[in-house]
Ligand binder design. Structure first.
Ligand SMILES: [Zn+2]
Length: 201
């Protein structure tokens, strides 16, 4: 499976867990963010973020994680490029989580299980963070608000993030690859995110 096909499959599988407003397609929201962050999973290796580096001098203080992991604590990981501190916060196995788990080359052959497992852990964390912070506490209601918050940290300030949100809109409109279908919903679950309410009879 290509990275793009693996990401498409995960977006469809986890869409029912995303507490997105009715005006957006939740699968395409997850898809658009993966497009912006990693070219749909093709560029999912860690990226070092200078704003998290240099204890006490960076924009963000991750002193405890830095003591434990060094510059690995200042990197973003996986197809959705989440900061390590966020992966720790939103992963059910946060005590056992290591940065190395997310350092997996994109597959070059069909059915690369290691990549698929890494990507699935990544989307679970992404959905949990979107639900708790961006759709929850911050109350984003549009793709542009979600995308800005994902990239910039929040969407309510005056920061112009239109370059990123324009890309997100373009990727949102990018069709899923031919033949990509979601696995059965019963195989997916998300930490801190209850399953959607059953349909009213
Ligand atoms: Zn660093």
């Amino acid at each position: 499976m290509s990275p793009k096909a693996a990401i498409a499959r995960l977006c469809m599988a986890y869409a029912p867990h995303l507490r997105a407003p009715a005006s957006v397609d939740p699968a395409k929201v997850l898809w658009a963010l993966a497009g912006c962050e990693s070219d749909f999973g093709a560029a999912a290796l860690p990226r070092h973020e200078a704003a998290y580096c240099n204890i006490g001098r960076g924009r963000y203080d991750v002193t405890a994680l830095t003591r434990q992991w060094g510059c690995a604590a200042h990197c973003s990981y996986g197809p959705w490029q989440m900061m390590f501190g966020h992966l720790v916060d939103f992963h059910p196995l946060h005590d056992a989580l290591t940065p190395a788990f997310f350092i997996v080359r994109p597959p070059t052959t069909a059915g690369d299980l290691e990549y698929t497992v890494m990507a699935e852990h990544s989307i679970r964390c992404a959905v949990a963070m979107l639900n708790a912070v961006i759709l929850g506490r911050q109350g984003a209601t549009t793709l542009a608000e979600v995308a800005k918050a994902w990239n910039h940290g929040n969407w309510r300030d005056q920061f112009d993030d239109s370059a990123y949100t324009d890309r997100a809109a373009r990727f949102y409109a990018t069709p899923f690859p031919d033949g990509a279908t979601a696995p059965p919903a019963s195989q997916t679950e998300v930490h801190n995110a209850p399953a959607p309410a059953p349909p009213v009879p």
